[in-house]
Design a binder for this molecule. Structure first.
Ligand code: PLP
Length: 428
């Protein structure tokens, strides 16, 4: 496969953009290759600058659940654009999308729009701190909530130690307010809560972890978090930026029946345009400025183009049978890949909820970051490059989720499984 033009464009980009990309994981570094520059997309396929055609399982890292260039979304954005891209004043579309989100997501009684998932989680945490009057927050190792300072933190040497920054530029004084527990371990949460009674404002969790591969919550984990938070006066935040409107119309909270106090959203609700949102109970949300005193703002928040794309997307998702059809496709492709691996004598650990799935290059179960980090990332890199060569575009890292869209066809899925069979034979 020819990547000549992508290589030239990457060299040009590297001269003016740090690392040649505007978000690190795009750089293909963890698979030891150079990124492909994308020219266009349609439905379930993307096309690079050299004219190569790929079945796309990245879907812009989650938003493209109905496929690329859906005619309803195109029309909505074009119509809106013709009457003005941004006013910095309220528009009716913001209330329409707010009502759609409130109707869909059990925990949300009021919602505020922002421009990215990072902004949503950052603002939700500020609100939780302001509401409770507490400074500390808890997150889970391997969960990603965007790149704001408080959240770019991993655990120190021991579970009960204070957080240390994950990146230069994050002050240690800041990171020490972030406690890190182990995903799927209520024991690790209880230990931290016991050591920090009355000091923890919120626990933020991806209810299905999608940023260390795809790691579903174990039976009772989310229920346990709910109980601990209720007993301790801690705000429970579900970060559904990835899984909201993805695993079900109402997200993981609809699927599991566990209702957090606050929820963050993004990705799908913008239909491919920059967006984020955070919402929760009326009592908490009314503390937000200008209704209350906790400050949060944004020049492009509730942007007309993003609102139109979001409304058009949700209208497609609301159609009867949408999630059932997506479930069928997703099951077929994830099970097909797992079977191909097994048949090749190279079994993987396969996980899936709805249209999110992951092939972990692990012989054992993956249920948290320590088990995920045991995966054979070098074998994954060979698999990734093999799949790319066969015309299947996966995320360039073992620790990412694959996304299926409604636009994926039976032929796409057959092609993907055949490619996987070939690649696993090569690796085995
Ligand atoms: C993508 C993601 C974010 C960050 O969203 P951005 O729009 O990239 O800032 C936050 N939380 C989760 C769970 C995500 O998957």
């Amino acid at each position: 496969m020819n990547h000549e033009r992508s290589s030239v464009l990457f060299q040009q980009a590297k001269a003016v953009i740090p690392g040649g990309v505007n978000s690190p994981v795009r750089a293909f570094k963890s698979v030891g290759a150079d990124p492909l520059f994308i020219k266009k997309a349609a439905g379930s396929h993307i096309y690079d600058e050299d004219g190569n055609d790929f079945v796309d399982y990245v879907g812009s890292w989650g938003p493209m659940i109905v496929g690329h260039c859906h005619p309803d979304i195109l029309k909505a954005v074009q119509d809106t654009m013709a009457s003005g891209a941004s006013f910095g004043a309220p528009t009716e579309r913001e209330t329409i999308l707010a009502n759609m989100v409130i109707d869909a997501v059990p925990s949300i009684e009021m919602v505020r729009m922002v421009s990215s998932g990072t902004e949503a989680t950052m603002s939700a945490i500020r609100l939780a701190r302001g509401y409770t009057g507490r400074d500390k927050i808890m997150k889970f190792s391997g969960c990603y909530h965007g790149h704001s300072d408080s959240l770019l933190v991993k655990a120190g040497s021991g579970m009960a130690t204070f957080g240390v920054p994950d990146s230069p530029g994050v002050p240690a004084d800041f990171a020490k307010h972030t406690l890190t527990a182990e995903f799927n371990s209520l024991a690790s949460v209880k230990e931290l809560v016991a050591g920090n009674r009355g000091a923890i404002a919120c626990i933020i969790v991806e209810p299905i972890a999608g940023n260390m591969g795809t790691v579903p919550p174990r039976e009772g984990f989310l229920e346990g978090l709910r109980e601990i938070c209720t007993n301790e006066g801690i705000i429970l935040i579900f970060d559904e930026v990835m899984c909201g409107f993805r695993v079900a119309y109402g997200g993981m909270q609809e699927l599991t029946g566990v209702t957090p106090d606050m929820t963050t959203l993004g990705k799908i609700i913008g239909g491919g345009l920059p967006v984020g949102a955070f919402g929760g109970t009326r009592e908490i949300m009314e503390k937000l400025s200008p209704a209350g005193g906790i400050y949060q703002a944004g020049t492009l928040s509730g942007n007309p183009l993003a609102m139109s794309a979001g409304i058009a997307t949700l209208n497609i998702l609301k159609q009867p049978g949408f999630y059932e059809a997506l479930e069928e496709k997703s099951r077929a492709v994830a099970e097909g890949i797992a079977k191909a691996a097994k048949d090749a004598g190279y079994p993987i650990y396969s996980t899936r909820i709805g249209s999110m799935f992951c092939a972990f290059f692990s012989k054992g179960e993956v249920f948290d970051w320590p088990t995920a980090s045991q995966c054979d990332t070098r074998a994954f890199a060979r698999y990734f490059l093999g799949m790319l060569d066969e015309g299947v575009y996966l995320a360039p890292s073992q620790f990412e989720t694959a996304f299926v869209s409604a636009a994926h066809s039976e032929a796409d899925i057959e092609k993907t499984i055949a490619a996987a069979a070939k690649c696993f034979k090569m690796i085995a």
